[in-house]
Design a protein around this ligand. Sequence first.
Ligand code: ATR
Length: 276
Amino acid sequence: MMMKKIYGILGDPVAHSLSPVMHNAAFEKLGMDAVYLAFRVSKAELEDAIRGAKSLGIAGLNVTIPLKEKALLFVDAEEVAKKIGAINTIDFGSGTPMGYNTDGIGSMQVLKETVGELKGENVLIIGAGGAAKAIAFYLYLEGAKVTLANRTKERAAQLAATLSNADAIGLGAEFKKQIKASDILINATSVGMHPHEDATLVNADMMHQDLVVFDIVYNPVETKLLKEAKRAGVKKIVDGVKMLVYQGAASFKIWTKEEPPIEVMEKAVTDALASE
Ligand code: ATR
């Protein structure tokens, strides 16, 4: 008899992750004998956890905050993930833990659906953490013109230096000016996330009507930033649910080699968010 396959997410905190609900819905839809669980693991215990997972025959893992960068040390990672400096997916299928980063892939899929061709687009990314890094790197590969705006300008400058055509700015006057010159604005910080739902780094009066506004925060689905975007009447508004679903779907495919049931996964996430 085949044993049930076990997948999971490592993070700290991780109790509120929607990945279990999303992946379990996919397993159920495809009739797979598999389960996806959340494991709270500290940075100090990460190496043991990954080794232990391999010994226990766990099939695949996601890693999330604050483990994405450190996890790279304990896996054999794909080149892109090494360049980004972070992973969010581990596959144990080949015996050796293999690391991947599907955050960037997820965001590109979302942007291509909403904007189409990204080459030559002026994209302003707010943030310089793990999520910003993955998005910036993929946008760079797509040929977009990337500007990184971060509270700590130095961090943005360090990231920009790894992408040959990116600029780095702070969140002051030059930020306001750059928004006016941008086609796409992406919030890749945690600003606006529950329980700080009234926070935003950009208000309606800073936006313009040809702007696409994308927030990677998905809890709440309509963040203050997106409310402001609505008020400004911007061209397109993209919430964080799709990115969560697409990065999850990309991980699912790596682990199972099956076509992920995207709509079922998205519904599981939106239902869970609505019942919170
Ligand atoms: P992650 O890996 O999830 O992206 P991170 O590495 O902690 O997380 O990065 C969080 C990002 O949100 C950073 O860009 C951070 O800015 P700093 O580099 O200046 O710390 C940004 N951020 C978090 N809270 C913020 C706030 N209240 N105002 C502005 N930026 C904020």
